[in-house]
Write a protein that binds this ligand. Structure first.
Ligand code: MEV
Length: 437
């Protein structure tokens, strides 16, 4: 087998050279360079900010920046900035916002803001010896990490708990220093990782310099030091509720709708195939707001999916019920986000998004993200148990198809009217346009 032809030093090339390499190697059209260029910002300073976000940047990848107004959150009227490629998501969020604003809005509660990190290491001595020495070790770890924590402590954050765990069921001789953090308005990833890496160095030195230790005991093998995206104690709850009469004017239909909504939620709690799709509907909203505000949506997703499986099987994150003539619908999920530093303070549109949200604290942003999650979940589940999802989706799908033809506004309007009660597909639209041109 001939060895694949690798390119070395690619990252050192300038973007023109990278594009040239790509065009030649992938046999792309010569116009690709200009095409890439056409997606860049004319403002050189702003363009440099985007380019610096990633290695090997060639161009900008655009997604719609949208807003959904009418979110009444804890009595305050908000407009949510949203970035998503899925055409029905913003419409669904706006619809849910308007519906619940007339019924008291969204009520949120922060249940905790604790973040976690772990130092993973192996040590071959007697575990009870290390456990016994841990108060002494902890003191040294804290003394040596102090220069890194002092700013965070000044802001009211820092480390809130440090625990040594011996876990031979994971690996032989394996330990963790499990650390809890409060990072205030920062997501805190750099802070947490720096503290943990310092812990690693301090622990190694401490063992090395311990005169009472045998040669083998002096060796601490650090495996890694990293924050955990599992943040079950950084959690937010959001709730909407209304009387059955407010849900639907016809009392029979109201009860039927409420019961179907509850059934749909119950299915998501007991059936994994439904749970995953149900939660995907939640993340349609959460991710759109997370991306708009420059937050790490992969971190949010991985933490929340793990939380959804905390009882041993993966289940839907929202709950619903009927109590004393009232329908309620709620979502409780872990969220660790920041409003300081990172992309939130760098990306020009993330900065506008934060302005639209009124420069929220991290706690407020946690609430808004959960609200977006519950809102998109509500719209999806309501559509599913009433009209079905295709009606709304097809409207958006038709708009997308119409955009791929050069049509006047009148032609688009006529096509929308024609497809109001017809099956939408690319070939059907094409056929209609050829017949009505
Ligand atoms: C589509 O993006 C999301 C839904 O599938 C969510 C759900 O089924 O609840 C509609």
């Amino acid at each position: 087998m001939t060895a694949p032809k690798l390119i070395s030093g690619f990252s050192k090339l300038d973007s023109g050279q990278k594009i040239q390499w790509l065009v030649e190697t992938m046999n792309l059209d010569r116009s690709t360079a200009d095409f890439f260029k056409s997606f860049e910002l004319s403002d050189k300073e702003l363009q440099a900010v985007i380019a610096d976000l990633s290695e090997n940047h060639l161009s900008n990848f655009h997604l719609p920046f949208s807003v959904a107004p009418n979110f009444l959150v804890d009595g305050q009227l908000m407009t949510f900035p949203l970035v998503t490629e899925e055409s029905s998501v913003v419409a669904a969020l706006a619809k849910a916002a308007g519906f619940w604003a007339k019924r008291g809005g969204f009520h949120t509660e922060i249940i905790g803001t604790e973040k976690k990190g772990q130092l993973h290491f192996c040590w071959k001595g007697a575990p009870e010896k290390l456990v016994g020495l841990f108060p002494q070790i902890k003191k040294q770890l804290l003394d040596e990490v102090a220069p890194l924590t002092k700013n965070m402590e000044r802001r009211g954050g820092g480390m809130t708990a440090i625990e040594l765990k011996y876990l031979p069921e994971v690996l032989p001789n394996y330990f963790q220093v499990d650390v809890s953090f409060e990072t205030c308005d920062a997501m805190g990833a750099n802070f947490i990782n720096s503290c943990l890496e310092q812990f690693g160095r301090s622990l190694k030195n401490w063992a090395q310099n311990n005169e009472a230790f045998q040669a083998e005991e002096k060796q601490v093998e650090i495996i890694m030091a990293i924050l955990s995206n599992y943040v079950p104690n950084s959690r937010v709850k959001v709730l909407v509720e209304c009387s059955l009469e407010e849900l639907e004017t016809d009392p029979m239909q109201a009860r039927q709708l409420a019961e179907k909504l509850v059934q749909a939620v119950q299915i998501s709690q007991r059936d994994v195939s439904r749970a995953v799709t149900h939660n995907k509907g939640i993340f349609n909203g959460v991710d759109a707001l997370a991306i708009a505000t420059g937050n790490d949506f992969r971190a949010i997703e991985s933490g929340a999916h793990a939380y959804a499986a905390r009882n041993g099987s993966y289940s839907g994150l929202s709950e619903a019920g009927i109590l004393d003539g009232k329908f309620w619908f709620s979502l409780e999920m872990p969220l660790a986000v920041g409003v300081l530093g990172g992309v939130t303070r760098l990306h020009p549109l993330a900065k506008v998004a934060m302005k639209i949200l009124g420069h929220p604290s991290a706690r407020q942003l946690m609430s808004y993200l959960a609200v977006a999650g519950l809102a998109s979940n509500w719209s999806a589940v309501k559509a599913l148990v009433t009209t079905g999802i295709q009606q709304g989706h097809m409207k958006m799908h038709l708009s997308n198809i119409l955009c791929s033809f050069s049509l006047s506004d009148e032609q688009k309007q006529a096509a929308r009217l024609y497809f109001q009660d017809r099956e939408v597909s690319f070939s059907e639209v094409q056929k209609y346009l050829s017949e009505h041109a």
